[in-house]
Design a protein around this ligand. Structure first.
Ligand code: AMP
Ligand code: ZN
Length: 136
């Protein structure tokens, strides 16, 4: 399979391994957006959140606290972002992964949110709830 993360799991291309068990691998993101930027992936090839099963995503998230605490102890960041991109506009490797991004003062990493709260009435929120819960 032409998947760069499957090749890393198979040892066909090198990685800077942070953690490994039967189900998951964690390794340093090659771009090191901030110091310690780490990816956690399942060993099973799964494209993204729309295809992942509960057990596999559990195995990935199960190791998040342990690795996050290790990053905190190792590098003393002021905080940590946990990011997961699915499809557009940001997923570039189509093998499910989550980013652990330690944050530092003035690290230049821009992760912005938009606050549209004051644009909407309660009916808007209630319509959203109806639409979402109808799909569950
Ligand atoms: P995303 O944009 O969420 O799909 O993130 C994919 C990430 O994989 C990017 O942050 C890349 O820097 C990272 N990446 C791609 N190839 C490698 C590699 N060979 N080793 C480590 N990280 C990689
Ligand atoms: Zn893969």
């Amino acid at each position: 399979m032409d998947c760069i993360f499957c090749k890393i799991i198979a040892g066909e291309i090198p990685s800077y391994k942070v953690y490994e068990d039967d189900n998951v691998l964690a390794f340093l993101d090659i771009t090191q957006g901030t110091k310690g930027h780490t990816l956690i992936i399942p060993k099973k090839h799964i494209k993204n959140v729309y295809e992942i099963d509960e057990e596999t995503i559990f195995n990935v998230f199960k190791v998040v606290p342990m690795i996050s605490k290790a990053l905190k102890k190792a590098f003393n960041p002021i905080g940590l972002n946990i990011i997961n991109n699915n499809d557009q506009p940001h997923q570039s490797v189509f093998h499910f992964h989550i980013h652990l991004i330690p944050r530092y003062e003035d690290d230049g990493m821009i992760l912005s949110t938009i606050n549209n709260y004051d644009k909407y009435e309660p009916t808007y929120f209630n319509n959203l709830i109806t639409k979402i819960t109808n799909e569950m």
